[in-house]
Design a binder for this molecule. Structure first.
Ligand SMILES: [Zn+2]
Ligand SMILES: [Zn+2]
Length: 744
């Protein structure tokens, strides 16, 4: 049969997943000549073959592609004949729009684990072992395509043996970009907290294991940043860590050696197990068997567990008999530390640093997930899952940059029919986090050679992200701006993931978002599509005493509720909330409440949770975000039925009847349980007249009890499984809102 030359283009997750070696192996099977290469659109194959073999070859690509890959499209065409002697993997240069995915970080694979513990293997105990199927990606990438020279591995010269493996198409390490060994790869370095090298007798791992056994706190360089780690069974070590990090009660994540150790500590469902052992290796929030250690999560029976995901973690855990507390090394409100320089600020927190000399190019926190009614709920989307490419149900008219919100910020770029969503960046409350945020915009724009024509941002004039949007627009007059209301964006994020463009009924419950009337919304029921929304109902406004201060102090919200209920009579009340204030304070807050002085109006469901927690004496001042909701979950009793009254009229939900009934209840667990049931009744009452899909979003839906109850009542309710319901999803929703935005 006549030999022709064909060009095959494959798009999808096809780089950094062993795709080229896979194609090479196919070329040997079908005895074809040509080339395969990565380019900025994916993988390109040039093939000399006949039409029948071509067909077989394409079918094999489509059905046998490597486990970590996914294919969006395969296209082929005939081209001018080029003679080839053999089949080769080559590099190609090209330009134009980049549509390939940035591959997320990947944890260690089973085969590498085996070699790591095999005394006869030349990589025995090598803390940076990788192969084509495992090991770093996103966090070491400067640029695409994912080739060694575009990563922080470019500073390491391969030794002869590694080079042979790298160039042998039949080797498991063929073109494994971060390949290395004891001789040629990155090296560990153990330092004390003044940056002085620690003398090591055997090796750094042994020494670190000894230090952990002694109860020391170690700053450990991981994939996307440093962790602070210590013995999770050592009370005084944990207390010391909490004291030094000024983190009195916030739950700490725990790294366990393997799934068996996880099962000793917690009740783990099959779905949770699947996530824990997955190659993404997220932190999974699970139910503790008993209050394992009240120091890890005081007052809370849930624990965030994860398995080792780098060979270094694996080697340490293998030699330890206990799990490790492993919390991101960062200063409050600042991004995770990614180099020794930034880590220095935590000198007083850690005793030693287990460092290494491979640069972290892109910082990336651990991802956090939970499972509710067998559905995956993303709480923080980062390492292993990000960046993500989401396919839109339509084609954008222009290139869009979406700047997200102010808390848990992420950014997104949208072009054609796709969105690239950055990993979790964090709260924009400090100069360094804003710098980090801007660096993320730059990297996405650089990697994707992207210049936006439309900028989408939140309506809140004081968000740092909004300010940055305005700065960009000032410099580029022809950029079109698109303001997107916060709760509309929340619902749109779910619609993007589920590819919905038709009208839906959205319930957006969160802490705060800027409303069209300038008030602080957060208990919102909207009917929306991509373009527009209508606010059909919301929680009746209440006053936040002290403005922003009320966010951290549930007692202020509760006091405001009490004033609404009882006016001056509050002075004579004696309950957990009023006990928190002196009579002088009550007096002045009452005046402030009456006159609306420093008491902005809000409909926030997050604040309702806070207020309830204070009224019941559960939480008066929060030491971390979401604390009140977590503590309320603990008191929920599944056997309690019934709910409290509320009024729903003219689109306003009056919760005061619920609050006054709740105050009269004798048993706190009954109050809490009925409170949750009342929220479900509220959703049911507002949703009732509408024959539209029910979509839930907003940070309050991270509450496992509330989400579980609503999903029980409305099994068809739509939630996001891959995008966080909190503000981490806002940027994606903002891109959705630009569906029809174009210049002119
Ligand atoms: Zn491997
Ligand atoms: Zn080597």
């Amino acid at each position: 049969m006549e030999l022709c030359t064909y060009k095959i283009n494959i798009r999808g997750t096809v780089q950094g997943v062993g795709f080229r070696p896979f194609v090479y192996a196919l070329s040997q099977r079908y005895l074809v000549t040509g080339t395969v290469s990565n380019n900025s659109n994916g993988v390109e194959i040039i093939l000399n073959t006949d039409t029948i073999t071509l067909k077989q070859f394409l079918i094999a690509v489509e059905y046998e592609y490597p486990p970590l890959a996914s294919i969006d499209t395969i296209e082929h065409c005939e081209m001018t004949y080029i003679p080839f002697e053999s089949f080769e993997i080559i590099q190609t240069e090209d330009s134009g729009d980049i549509t390939v995915n940035i591959p997320p970080d990947l944890s260690i694979c089973k085969e590498c684990e085996k070699e790591l513990l095999d005394h006869t293997d030349r990589r025995y105990g090598y803390p940076f072992i990788t192969c084509t199927h495992c090991g770093v990606r996103y966090s070491i990438i400067y640029d695409l395509p994912y080739d060694r020279e575009h990563t922080s591995m470019k500073f390491f010269q391969m030794c002869k043996l590694c080079e042979e493996e790298y160039n042998n198409p039949l080797d498991r390490r063929y073109h494994a970009q971060p390949i290395g060994c004891h001789d040629c790869g990155p090296k560990l370095n153990l330092l004390d907290n003044r940056g002085m090298q620690v003398e090591v007798i055997t090796n750094e791992i042994e020494k670190t294991v000894n230090l952990l056994n002694e109860g020391k706190i170690i700053a450990l360089k991981g994939l996307g940043g440093y962790h602070l780690v210590c013995d999770a069974t050592n009370k005084s070590a944990i207390q010391e860590l909490r004291k030094r990090k000024k983190r009195p009660t916030k739950p700490l994540a725990v790294m366990v050696r393997d799934i068996n150790m996880a099962k000793m500590l917690a009740l783990i469902s099959p779905k949770e197990e699947e996530l824990l052992v997955s190659q993404e290796r997220p932190i999974v929030v699970v139910q503790m068997k008993d209050k394992y250690s009240s120091d890890i999560a005081p007052g809370i029976s849930k624990i965030g567990l994860f398995l080792p995901y780098t060979p270094l973690h694996f080697l340490l855990l293998d030699k330890l008999s206990f799990p490790l507390v492993a919390t991101s090394a960062n200063i409050t409100d600042e991004p995770i530390c990614t180099n020794l320089e930034s880590l220095e600020k935590l000198q007083n927190v850690y005793d030693y640093v287990l460092d290494h000399n491979r640069d972290i190019v892109n910082g990336c926190d651990d991802s956090v997930l939970m499972v509710v009614k067998e559905q995956q709920v993303m709480i923080r989307r980062a390492r292993g899952y990000a960046p993500i490419r989401i396919e839109l149900p339509f084609t954008l008219k222009e290139k869009v940059l979406a700047l997200g919100a102010n808390q848990k910020s992420t950014i997104a770029i949208g072009f054609k029919n796709q969105v690239i969503l950055s990993p979790h960046i964090g709260d924009l409350d400090s100069i360094s986090s804003v710098e980090y945020y801007e660096k993320n915009i730059e990297s996405l724009e650089r990697i994707y050679k992207f210049f936006p024509k439309v900028i989408a941002y939140d309506k809140h004039p004081k968000y740092e992200s909004t300010k940055i949007a305005k700065q960009i627009m000032e410099k580029n007059q022809d950029i079109v701006s698109k303001e997107v209301q916060h709760h509309h964006a929340h619902i749109l994020a779910v619609m993007a993931e589920k590819q919905i463009t038709s009208k839906v009924f959205g319930v957006a419950f969160d802490g705060t978002g800027y409303g069209d009337d300038g008030m602080l919304w957060g208990g919102e029921f909207i009917i929306c599509d991509c373009e527009d929304y209508e606010r059909v109902a919301s929680v009746e406004y209440f006053k936040l005493l002290g403005g922003a201060k009320a966010i951290k102090e549930p007692k202020r919200v509760a006091l405001s509720f009490l004033f609404s209920l009882y006016k001056e009579e509050v002075f004579t009340l004696n309950n957990p909330t009023t006990q928190e204030f002196s009579s002088q304070e009550l007096d002045s807050y009452y005046t402030a409440w009456k006159k609306g002085l420093n008491a902005p109006l809000s409909s926030s469901m997050g604040r309702v949770f806070d207020g309830v927690a204070s009224l019941l004496g559960i939480c008066q001042v929060m030491s971390f975000e979401g604390e009140s909701g977590m503590l309320l979950e603990e008191l929920f009793d599944g056997s309690v039925t019934g709910s409290y009254a509320f009024n729903y009229e003219n689109g306003k939900i009056d919760i005061l009847p619920m609050l006054s009934a709740l105050l009269r209840e004798k048993n706190i667990s009954i109050s809490v349980s009925k409170f949750f049931h009342t929220l479900v009744e509220i959703v049911a009452a507002v949703y009732k007249p509408y024959d539209l899909p029910l979509v839930l979003s907003g940070g309050v839906f991270q509450n496992k009890v509330l989400l579980g109850l609503i999903l029980e009542r409305f099994p068809k309710a739509i939630i996001s499984n891959t995008i966080p319901p909190n503000d981490g999803g806002i940027a994606l929703g903002q891109v959705m809102a630009t569906m029809n935005t174009s210049r002119n």
